[in-house]
Design a protein around this ligand. Structure first.
Ligand code: SAH
Length: 437
């Protein structure tokens, strides 16, 4: 046996996907997983810095691991991965946390694999065991999951004023379609039923590839792969959400009627300062266009409250837009200044208390909207793709095409199946029902 590894992951689905990919590579090298980072021969922290809070969490985890390494596990390898590691940051981090052995930029696990191959303790490893492909090995469904995340657009070039991602994940580029489709086929052969195509701006897919290759095309190709029952894509930017894409979602059966399109703010003044590249009216048009093609489409969004200069009036515009559009899920974040971003140079002038107040007010409002919308599903029969059995609660967990969470009890093994479930209880964030025979 080579040794044990543990990957600690925080942040977006892209990080989840990167961690799964790294795990496949490590298993190919003969490493086996252990539950606690503290016990591992190789501890990897896959980090997020989109707001101060996840960054603080990662620093606490790192500091505690450093302590353990220093006091009783000197041979432990500590790897730092994800968005804490940008091109410029590694040097500073190495000074601040001298116990880190290796740095790996987001979606680029090669540096870690190279490091291991050159490390004395692992010199017996055969380099041929790992194919240092451009981005990844053929995906391995290690944990027998039903859904998988497949990155298709890496990085981001949009440079929204508040966002650190372009500085840490680099400029955007599309993965080659053959590579994506090979990965999907390999996942399908290993039991994956639902594929989520990922990108910071996933609807930019193909802008750097040959004519005719775009997200709409890719969705159709992925939907053709044998064994794949459902396809989703996230996150979309309003500027690239065109009619062709919306029609493709409407007309391709396996592509779920589900969109993730952040609007971030309702006020045009704030949207302009954020450099989002659209107005409130543009966003409204996109929502009506989606609903024209797919009347019951599920649309999730992200909102930031307390952006620099956001007045009560601006905030009320966000409230009003939310009220008017009645979207499905809202991820609300309190503005957090991030190093090197444009808005970090602006005065962070909405107080912590006021940010919290705005978050709470908006959250209460959207929870009420969710609860009201959810009531409409009561008594209906929905199609659930079953993802997991929850031992403790003795129930199955799955999702509808609209990405609503559903729980139901059934003695039969339903894992990975599409089950018709009649909804008998509907809360703001989940549904409970009974399976139909
Ligand atoms: N690429 C996506 C979002 C990626 S980050 C987009 O185009 O919007 C995920 C979410 O984190 C963002 O949608 C935003 O709501 C939030 N976020 C990003 N930077 C933030 C910051 N500095 N403060 C608070 N929230 C932030």
């Amino acid at each position: 046996m080579t040794g044990t590894y543990h990957i600690w992951t925080i942040g977006c689905q892209m990080n989840e996907a990167d961690s799964r990919h790294l795990a496949s590579q490590l298993e190919a090298l003969g490493f086996s997983e252990t539950n606690r980072a503290e016990d591992a021969d190789l501890a990897v922290l896959n980090t997020c810095v989109v707001r101060q809070q996840p960054e603080d969490k990662a620093v606490r985890k790192l500091t505690s691991l450093g302590g353990i390494k220093g006091s009783r596990r000197p041979g432990m390898i500590i790897a730092l991965m994800g968005c804490m590691v940008g091109k410029r940051e590694a040097e500073d981090l190495a000074e601040q946390f001298p116990f880190i052995d290796v740095f790996t930029a987001p979606s680029q696990t090669d540096a870690l694999i190279e490091y291991l191959l050159q490390h004395d303790a692992y010199s017996h490893l055969n380099k041929v065991q790992v194919e240092l492909a451009d981005y990844r090995l053929p995906a391995v469904n290690r944990d027998k999951a039903i859904t998988a995340f497949v990155p298709v657009t890496l990085g981001c070039s949009h440079v929204c004023s508040y966002c650190i991602i372009p500085y840490r994940r680099g400029p955007d580029r599309s993965r080659k379609p053959e590579e994506v489709l090979d990965e999907v086929r390999s996942l399908a052969a290993q039991g994956i039923k639902e594929v989520n195509l990922l990108g910071q701006i996933v609807d930019r897919y193909g802008f750097d590839l040959e004519e005719g290759i775009n997200l709409a095309w890719l969705l159709k190709e992925v939907a053709k792969v044998d064994g794949i029952l459902r396809v989703r894509f996230l996150t979309s930017h309003p500027a690239y959400m065109d009619e062709e894409l919306i029609r493709t979602v409407a007309e391709t059966e396996k592509v779920c009627p589900y969109f993730e399109i952040p609007f971030q703010a309702g006020s045009d003044r704030i949207l302009e300062s954020m450099r989002r590249g659209y107005t409130q009216a543009d966003y409204r048009d996109i929502v009506s266009n989606i609903r024209r093609w797919i009347p019951d489409a599920s649309i999730n969004t992200d909102v930031i409250v307390g952006y620099p200069g956001e007045s009560e009036e601006d905030f009320l515009e966000t409230m009003n837009l939310t009220e008017e559009l009645r979207l499905d899920m809202h991820h609300i974040a309190k503005y957090s200044p991030r190093p090197r971003t444009l808005s970090a140079k602006m005065k962070d002038d909405v107080s912590t208390e006021e940010k919290e107040r705005r978050r709470t007010v908006l959250d209460e409002r959207v929870t009420k909207i969710n609860a009201e919308k959810s009531q409409k599903i009561l008594g209906e029969t929905v199609e659930v793709l079953v993802e997991e059995f929850q031992e403790k609660k003795n129930r199955w967990r799955g999702r509808t095409p609209h990405n609503k969470l559903v729980f139901f009890e059934d003695d039969a093994n339903r894992l990975g199946q599409l089950v018709s479930v009649k909804i008998e209880w509907a809360g703001p964030f989940s549904l409970i029902g009974v399976p139909l025979a």
